[in-house]
Design a protein around this ligand. Structure first.
Ligand SMILES: Cc1cc2nc3c(=O)[nH]c(=O)nc-3n(C[C@H](O)[C@H](O)[C@H](O)COP(=O)(O)OP(=O)(O)OC[C@H]3O[C@@H](n4cnc5c(N)ncnc54)[C@H](O)[C@@H]3O)c2cc1C
Length: 387
């Protein structure tokens, strides 16, 4: 692993840093819940920040240039993500730009690309991901929502759950079963669904931090045109698992946790009274954050060499998400009794963010694949243990 930027990458880092120095004001900083992987969806400042990024061509750093992206190399994407995380800059439309857009670029036909990519880039069209169901989360391929062919359309019935941002979304990337007789992975299709379609209802789910970020979504005879199928019919599982040669190191997460911890250390100084226990806890978390950053470097350096990280990405996700929970717990401890106070109290440090952080980060070891699932991947693919 080479820790030094190649000359062109070093130059690019400087360009990103000076852009952030000039353009990044407090309005454009990432909220805690987004850092902790429990994004609440669109922020009122998203579009203004997107416009600034667009001037540099940096809205979609990983997309090929022909589709409006920056076409950056893996090393430059890593640096871009690292610098934005250091500065705590907003990452608007992260799901759309990071997952839905690339999936459309790889599997979409010309009409679908024309219809959907520009809305993603401008931030005009907000997307959500309708994969999980009440009985299908870790075992996603067992999903039961059905789409039945009827003339030029499919008729969708079923239910999705934990759908982040569905209450704000214009569109959904939806997985539904189109061949109930085929083996689980082979009878699923991927649909691009307009959330205004008659028959869709969105019910809020409030998380344990009393925030509304995800939802239940019900489909009652929802009719979608056949052109809404992305990729081949019944091959939706493979469409959904598209991973492009994009930067997926988790560096944003690791560096963001570092920024969060530094803020906590600063804000809790008046409550610690020079406690040695507190000092040790801070040192432990800061060292663990360095470990998370090193794990991210490892994934990025593999991608740079054209290798596909597998268990390495799971190790990084597992470590960073469990670390986020330890940081929440440490933060509460550092602030003492004040740490438990909400935003309404005049005695609360960081405007109640510590208490909210503690509750909000519970979801970080579930979202995007639970810790048990990551451990299973590491055991089987990494250590070669039997199933
Ligand atoms: C904050 C947040 C945002 C989310 N956003 C979205 C979204 O936008 N769209 C979407 O589709 N989904 C979303 N999800 C859902 C998420 O993908 C699922 O919660 C996750 O995949 C786990 O599925 P589950 O909740 O059904 O739990 P289950 O799969 O039922 O798991 C229950 C428990 O059993 C364990 N378990 C299950 N299988 C195994 C196994 N094989 N080996 C060992 N242990 C196992 C799990 O680790 C877990 O502890 C979100 C979740 C969270 C927390």
């Amino acid at each position: 692993m080479n820790f030094t930027d190649a000359p062109d990458v070093a130059e690019f880092r400087k360009e990103v840093q000076s852009f952030l120095d000039e353009e990044l004001t407090d309005d454009f900083r990432q909220p805690d819940e987004a850092i902790l992987g429990v994004g609440v969806g669109e922020n009122i400042h998203d579009k203004a920040w997107l416009k600034k990024l667009a001037k540099k061509g940096w809205v979609a750093p990983a997309w090929p240039k022909e589709y409006g992206g920056a076409g950056l190399s893996t090393a430059k994407q890593f640096v871009f993500n690292e610098e934005l995380a250091h500065a705590r800059a907003l990452r608007p439309n992260f799901l759309g730009i990071g997952l839905i857009g690339p999936t459309i670029i790889v599997h979409g036909n010309d009409e679908q690309k024309k219809e959907h990519l520009s809305g993603l880039l401008s931030g005009e069209v907000y997307w959500c991901q309708g994969f999980s169901e009440p009985g299908s989360g870790s075992d996603l391929a067992s999903l039961q929502t059905k789409a039945v062919e009827d003339g030029d359309e499919f008729v969708i019935n079923g239910q999705k759950i934990w759908t982040s941002g569905a209450h704000r979304a214009d569109m959904m990337g939806l997985l539904a079963r189109t061949d109930p007789d085929a083996p689980n992975h082979k009878g699923i299709s991927y649909f691009l669904v307009d959330m205004k379609s008659p028959g869709i209802s969105v019910q809020p789910l409030t998380n344990m931090a009393e925030m509304h970020s995800f939802n239940e979504v019900f489909f009652d005879n929802v009719r979608v045109p056949k052109k809404a199928v992305l990729g081949e019919l019944n091959r939706g599982w493979y469409v959904a698992t598209t991973t492009l040669d994009f930067e997926r190191s988790g560096i944003i997460n690791a560096v963001s946790l570092q920024q969060l911890m530094l803020e906590v250390v600063d804000a809790t100084r008046p409550f610690r009274n020079g406690s040695v226990v507190a000092r040790h806890a801070i040192a432990d978390r800061m060292i663990e954050i360095e470990v998370a950053i090193m794990l991210s470097y490892r994934v990025a350096s593999m991608q740079e060499q054209g290798l596909i990280p597998n268990q390495e990405a799971s190790i990084t996700k597992l470590y960073a998400s469990e670390l986020a929970q330890r940081i929440g717990k440490t933060a509460i401890g550092l602030a003492g009794l004040h740490g438990q106070l909400g935003p309404d109290s005049p005695y609360t440090p960081l405007a109640g963010r510590i208490e909210r952080m503690y509750r909000v980060q519970v979801g970080s070891t579930l979202a995007g694949g639970t810790s048990e699932i990551q451990r299973g991947i590491i055991a089987q693919r990494g250590l070669g243990l039997p199933r």
